[in-house]
Design a protein around this ligand. Structure first.
Ligand SMILES: NC(=O)c1ccc[n+]([C@@H]2O[C@H](COP(=O)([O-])OP(=O)(O)OC[C@H]3O[C@@H](n4cnc5c(N)ncnc54)[C@H](OP(=O)(O)O)[C@@H]3O)[C@@H](O)[C@H]2O)c1
Length: 210
């Protein structure tokens, strides 16, 4: 496993959970939020060596790989496009409106919209279909992949997708390829696989229409 510097934008339920899981795997993690690094001192202390808090911009600049775990509806929460250009960027966001329901994006997927916001990023949609408490507890590296809980990846950059799939497997989940960034609509809220507790084998079957 290649250890990386991982910048997490949004240190709430999903971002905080990923930070707690990735440091024990040997990665260095920088967490960031809207309130600034001082507000994340407790989280960083709890995670221990390998975790630090930064501003959004600094975390994105510092990282090899960036995770977006902020509300999709607030593009101002994203780091500057220049800070993530050429980097693998994991989009864990879902296009929920502030007061319930989701945005109608026509033919587009929410991650394609994210790519428009961050041109040059090597975008991979992942971690968006799994409830954060399940992410914290359901990884199990001792199981064969077909029996592990599925986490999906979608994207147009095969190498970036493979790197993120590797992270997912290292966390003890099955990495299930859902196709292109456009195919990411199959992973959005309301889709059959969204928030379902599927094994890798079940998830592949479900995506294939069975
Ligand atoms: N909750 C889940 O189980 C789950 C599962 C899969 C995917 N998701 C998706 O993951 C994303 C994050 O969800 P969450 O449940 O983790 O939300 P959350 O607990 O509310 O955390 C959101 C994080 O985003 C930060 N943030 C908000 N506005 C910001 C801004 N303008 N600049 C910088 N940071 C900002 C918040 O920082 P402050 O606290 O400082 O404002 C907070 O750290 C959403 O798109 C959601 O749809 C959630």
């Amino acid at each position: 496993m290649r250890t990386m510097k991982i910048g997490i934008i949004g240190a709430g339920m999903v971002g905080g959970t990923l930070a707690h899981l990735l440091v024990p795997l040997g990665h260095e993690v920088a967490v960031s939020n809207s309130r600034g690094p001082a507000s994340l001192e407790g989280m960083v202390a709890e995670i221990g060596h390998g975790a630090q808090a930064m501003t959004v911009n600094d975390a994105a600049e510092w990282a090899d790989l960036v995770v977006l775990a902020v509300p999709w509806r607030t593009p101002e929460a994203l780091p500057p496009a220049s800070s993530v250009a050429g980097k693998i960027v994991v989009d864990a966001m879902n296009p929920y409106r502030a007061w319930g329901g989701t945005y109608d994006l026509g033919d587009s997927s929410s991650s394609e919209e994210t790519r428009t916001r961050l041109p040059g990023a090597r975008l991979v949609k992942a971690f968006n279909t799994i409830y954060f408490r399940h992410l914290a507890t359901e990884g199990n590296t001792s199981l064969p992949e077909a029996e592990r809980r599925a986490i999906f990846v979608a994207g147009d950059d095969a190498e970036a997708k493979a790197e993120v799939a590797g992270l997912i497997r290292d966390l003890g989940f099955a990495a299930v390829d859902a196709g292109t960034l456009r195919d990411g609509v199959k992973l959005q809220p309301g889709a059959p696989v969204y928030n379902q507790q599927l094994t890798g084998a079940e998830a592949r079957k479900q995506l294939a229409g069975g």
